[in-house]
Structure formats: structure tokens, C-alpha cells
Design a protein around this ligand. Structure first.
Ligand code: NAD
Length: 453
């Protein structure tokens, strides 16, 4: 698509929005239900595309992509009428007998740019918010997962009026061409570096942005835990989609007293999940491309490999890998790993673990494993993150009841459930007065209205 075609698409979406159809809640509900049908009827094709792009196991494609979108759709359909209603709030006595209402209003035409790791979820879940709130939208899925991008373009552009929402395929050049145009809001999911470029482009038009970015998610493991459960939840959260998940635990901070035992349990769990040779497992994904394969394999050298370490470039396979004796200022502790490599750092005193977390930019997620309420509360109080779990990993990302997003460098804004509706709504505050009477106190002349005048 060239610049003039992009401009033409946005112009048609502006006309569609101006015509007022998206203001109608019944229309929004109907479109959300249609989107749901499109997903469920094409689930097989979606799983197939994700398999081709990432060797994503069908269960992970379901749990990490389609089920989350369907869940978000069902939740939005159930609550939309109540979210969209103007909310009455109090009015100061001075404005009696006026009434005050907060009216959620759609921004207009939204731009949604997605990443490749959960390309269905992370392109369509924001769309649920955009449509629920009454916007038109242009979607730009990631070119790095080309089969899924092509499928989304085919399904959406066939089933929906492109003046309402449409998929535009392409890479950074197309994203830049889109960002050169004026949108009414931008929702971006991806890396911190590109997030900055998106915000820079948005600033030119003063367009509000939601940025869902990444970071290094710490997982603090205290000595007082259920070893089996902790090992299982950490292993699953880390190696789901071969670690290519923005909420995966990036590194472990483990109490020295249980480190050996925990690592043995994780080791055993990895074998339970993926067998003695994970390259043969149908349940283990592959690295998305050679660039990421090379980047991740390079990180393996910064610690003692105590499990895994096997790689195969032609298959883009990296075995689940545990790295022990990692030092805090090594490269594997600097960049987001985004792959199946888990560095382990031990601590003697919880203060040290907290200090390590706080020396780094605020993460998207933080995980604490401990039975002790004191430890749980202390870690929450003394650190910051977009969100997280206590005694589990990643699952806070999959519920419509919790707003999801980053803090500091890991992002701006929240979505999921009602927060998605809010992310795509402008809050319009209106006081309504009548003509019954008019208190003159506020009008000039002011003489005598304040004691000292
Ligand atoms: P990315 O930033 O490379 O790409 C994301 C999108 O931006 C793609 O659609 C891409 O085409 C586009 N893009 C690339 N270069 C661009 C440029 N110069 N200008 C404009 N657009 C450009 O990210 P990725 O590799 O697809 O995804 C991985 C990153 O995303 C990780 O950092 C991960 O933590 C993060 N992520 C965050 C979340 C979240 O919900 N917070 C979810 C998934 C991934």
C-alpha cells in the first residue's frame, strides 16, 4: 500500500466515523459478535498460521491467542451497554440545579500496531477495545509472523467494511507511512525502541498513545515455597511459546538456601513437560527468525549452562536453557531475553534481590514466590512493575478483570476488559444547566463580593 492509498483508507474511515454509525451501541455489539464468529469459525486456520510462524503448539495458540480474544469479546459484549452509558456524578452546590455527567466518547480513527509473538491476541484484543468504544481502526500486524499477518488481513478485509476497520500489511516502512498520517489514537505493542519512535511520531499530531512494551521481568523466589508448584509455574511461564512472551519471567532471583533444590525441580519439570529431547516435543515452539535465534544463542554464553544449551539454527530450535552463576552486569542481564534462556542469580538477603530489581528499568511484570505474607508485601511495597503475580507467573495477563500494561519504560496505559474500552475512549465531562433561575454571584461587577474588595 502506498502513501496515497493509506491516506484514502484513513479518509474513508473518517467519513464512516463522521456518519455516526459507530455511535450506535447495537451496531458495535453486532460487529463484536461478528468478530467472535470470524475467530471461532477460523480457529483451525489461525492455529495453522501460528504453527507455520512459530511452530506454536495448538494448545498455546488457543490459550495465548484465540481464547484470550474470545474472552475479551464476550466480556465486552456483556458489559458494553453499561460502559457506554454517561455516568452521573455530583455537582457543586454553586451550580445548583445543574447536573454533571461523564460521557465516554470514541476518539475517531485508531491505529493499532502489533508484534509477532502472540500476533492474533495482540492485534485483535486491542481491536475489541477500539470497536467497543466506537472507533474505526487501521490494524498493522507484524511482518515477522507473515502467515498470521496474511491470514488476519484476508479474514478481516473479507468480513468487515474496510471503512470501519481494516488490516494493512507490511513492515517498518509501512508502519512509518501510517505513523506519518494523523490518527485520533495509537495503540502500539512491541519493543521499547520502536515504542519511542511511535510516541515521537504521535507527538507531531498530539495523538494520544497506549504503549505496551517489554522489559526484564524478575521472578523472586523465597525459601518458603511449595517447590513442586513453584517449579511448574515458573517453567510453564518461561517456556510457553519458547520464552517469546512479554510477560515471561526473564530471570530468577533465588534464595540461596533453596537454589539447588529449585533448579533440580525445574530441571525435572522441563523433562516432564517436553521430554528428554525437547526438539522432539510437539509442545515446544521455535524461535521466530534467524535474527532472534542469533541474538538469543549469543546470550547463552554469559553463565554456566546447567540444563539445555542445545541449538539448531536450521530448525531455529533453542532448548530450554538454565544459566547459573550469572552476574548482574552481564549482557544477559541487560537486554530483554525474549527466548527460552533462564538466568539464575542467588541472593542471601531479600534486600539484595529488591536492589537488583530496582537497579533496572521498571518491568512489565514481577513475580514473587513465597508463603510469607511479609515477604510478599515487602516486595510489592519496595518495587514497581506494570503488574505481576504472587506464587504464579503470567496469568494476570489473561483476565479481563485486571487492567494490563507497563510502568515506566515497559509502557504507558492499560487495557483488557473495561480498561480496553477506556483506552479507546475520550472522557467528555459535561455540566447541564437549565433556565429556572440564575445566581448572579459569579458575574461582574465583583465589588463587595470578597470581604477585602
Ligand atoms: P517491534 O517493536 O520490533 O515491532 C512491533 C511492531 O512495530 C511491528 O508491527 C513492526 O512492524 C513495527 N515496527 C518495527 N520497526 C518500526 C519502526 N521503525 N517504526 C514503526 N514501526 C515499526 O517488536 P516485536 O519484535 O514485534 O515484539 C517484541 C517486543 O514486544 C518485546 O520487547 C516484547 O516485550 C514486546 N511485547 C510487549 C507486549 C505487551 O503487552 N506489553 C506484548 C508482546 C510483546
Amino acid at each position: 500500500m502506498d502513501q496515497s492509498e493509506i491516506q484514502d483508507l484513513i479518509r474513508r474511515q473518517r467519513e464512516f466515523f463522521a456518519a455516526g454509525k459507530t455511535r450506535d451501541i447495537s451496531f458495535r455489539l453486532e460487529q463484536l459478535k461478528k468478530l467472535r464468529t470470524m475467530i471461532t469459525e477460523n480457529e483451525g486456520a489461525i492455529f495453522d498460521a501460528l504453527k507455520r510462524d512459530l511452530n506454536k503448539p495448538a494448545w498455546e495458540a488457543y490459550a495465548g491467542d484465540t481464547a484470550i480474544v474470545v474472552n475479551e469479546l464476550d466480556y465486552a459484549v456483556k458489559h458494553l451497554r453499561s460502559w457506554a452509558k454517561p455516568k452521573r456524578v455530583k455537582t457543586p452546590l454553586a451550580y445548583f440545579p445543574g447536573s454533571s455527567h461523564i460521557h465516554p466518547a470514541p476518539y475517531g480513527v485508531a491505529l493499532i500496531i502489533g508484534p509477532w509473538n502472540f500476533p492474533v491476541q495482540l492485534t485483535l484484543a486491542p481491536l475489541v477495545g477500539a470497536v467497543a468504544a466506537g472507533n474505526c481502526a487501521v490494524l498493522k500486524p507484524s511482518e515477522v509472523s507473515p502467515h498470521t499477518s496474511r491470514l488476519l488481513a484476508r479474514l478481516i478485509n473479507k468480513n468487515f467494511d474496510d471503512a470501519f476497520f481494516a488490516v494493512v500489511e507490511g513492515g517498518a516502512d509501512i508502519a512509518r507511512a501510517l505513523l506519518a498520517e494523523k490518527f485520533d489514537c495509537i495503540f502500539f505493542t512491541g519493543s521499547v525502541g520502536v515504542g519511542k519512535l511511535v510516541m515521537e511520531a504521535a507527538a507531531k499530531h498530539l495523538t494520544p498513545v497506549t504503549l505496551e512494551l517489554g522489559g526484564k521481568n524478575p521472578c523472586i523466589v523465597d525459601a518458603d515455597i511449595h517447590l513442586d508448584y513453584a517449579a511448574r509455574r515458573i517453567t510453564w511461564g518461561k517456556f510457553f511459546n519458547a520464552g517469546q512472551s512479554c510477560v515471561a519471567p526473564d530471570y530468577l532471583l533465588v534464595d540461596k538456601r533453596i537454589k539447588r533444590e529449585l533448579l533440580e525441580h525445574i530441571n525435572r519439570t522441563i523433562r516432564e513437560f517436553y521430554g528428554a529431547d525437547p526438539s522432539q516435543s510437539p509442545d515446544y515452539a521455535r524461535i521466530v527468525n534467524d535474527r532472534h535465534f542469533d541474538r538469543i544463542t549469543n546470550l547463552i554464553k554469559y553463565g554456566n549452562i546447567i540444563l539445555g544449551g542445545k541449538t539448531d539454527r536450521t530448525a531455529r530450535y533453542i532448548a530450554p536453557t538454565l544459566l547459573d552463576n550469572v552476574v548482574v552486569d552481564s549482557p544477559v542481564m541487560e537486554e530483554e531475553i525474549f527466548g527460552p534462556v533462564l538466568p539464575v542469580i542467588e541472593y542471601e538477603d531479600l534486600s539484595r534481590a529488591i536492589a537488583i530489581v530496582n537497579e533496572m528499568p521498571r518491568p512489565l511484570a514481577l513475580y514473587i514466590f513465597s508463603r510469607s505474607r511479609k515477604v510478599q508485601e515487602r516486595v510489592l511495597r519496595e518495587t514497581s512493575s506494570g503488574g505481576g503475580c504472587i506464587n504464579d507467573t503470567t496469568i494476570h495477563e489473561t483476565t479481563p478483570y485486571l487492567p494490563f500494561g507497563g510502568a515506566g519504560k515497559s509502557g504507558i496505559g492499560k487495557y483488557h476488559g473495561k480498561a480496553s474500552f477506556d483506552a479507546f475512549s475520550h472522557v467528555r465531562s459535561i455540566i447541564k444547566q437549565g433556565f429556572l433561575f440564575d445566581i448572579k454571584l459569579r458575574y461582574p461587577p465583583y465589588k463587595g463580593k470578597l470581604k477585602f474588595m
